[in-house]
Design a protein around this ligand. Structure first.
Ligand SMILES: [Zn+2]
Ligand SMILES: [Zn+2]
Length: 180
């Protein structure tokens, strides 16, 4: 009698839980997560909101894009000068106006040494002029990182393979060693 109680106890403690585990493993896999959408990267706080369907951002009216297509990298402003020194072949792309790039706009946040300038307004039509850079690393920036995330997104969407955005833009740059 004692022995059978012992066996039943063993059964409850060890065999049953093991069976449950097996059962749950045999259940069908959870459905894969559905697509999620977010505001076209524009550097505003609305970029962080998620939507279940495509459409436009309820805050800034930019088109929503599939979150999985946003795959450019981010470089923090405190790290950018060291990063450039370690990646001397990276192309520095200033997407502000020519006046801003030339330091003739007020306020003047300066620009980076050896940068090239292609304003965001012209970027889409002039992508062809950048085609030799498709496989190069490109670091995009502006003044406050409001224009550059959109430019970085556009480049990745058009086959540029390695694009980073400078977080915060020139306005938050403390390190002047890589400034022009
Ligand atoms: Zn946005
Ligand atoms: Zn938005």
């Amino acid at each position: 009698m004692k022995r059978s109680i012992y066996i039943i106890t063993l059964y409850i403690l060890f065999i049953l839980p093991a069976c449950n585990t097996t059962t749950s493993q045999q259940q069908p896999a959870k459905p894969i997560a559905t697509d999620s959408y977010q505001c076209m990267p524009c550097g505003s706080s609305c970029d962080k909101e998620e939507y279940k369907t495509a459409g436009e951002c309820t805050h800034c009216k930019m088109p929503l894009v599939n979150k999985s297509t946003i795959n450019f990298k981010t470089i923090e402003s405190g790290a950018i000068c060291n990063y450039i020194a370690a990646h001397p072949n990276a192309v520095l792309l200033d997407v502000r106006t020519k006046e801003e790039f030339d330091g003739k706009a007020t306020p003047n946040f300066g620009t980076l040494k050896n940068a090239i300038n292609l304003p965001i307004q012209e970027l889409e039509n002039k992508l062809e002029t950048l085609k030799t850079l498709k496989d190069k690393e490109i670091i995009v920036y502006c003044s406050h990182s409001h224009r550059s995330p959109r430019a970085a997104y556009m480049l990745m969407q058009n086959g540029f393979s390695n694009v980073s955005n400078l977080a915060g833009g020139m306005s938050v740059m403390q390190d002047s060693t890589c400034k022009k």
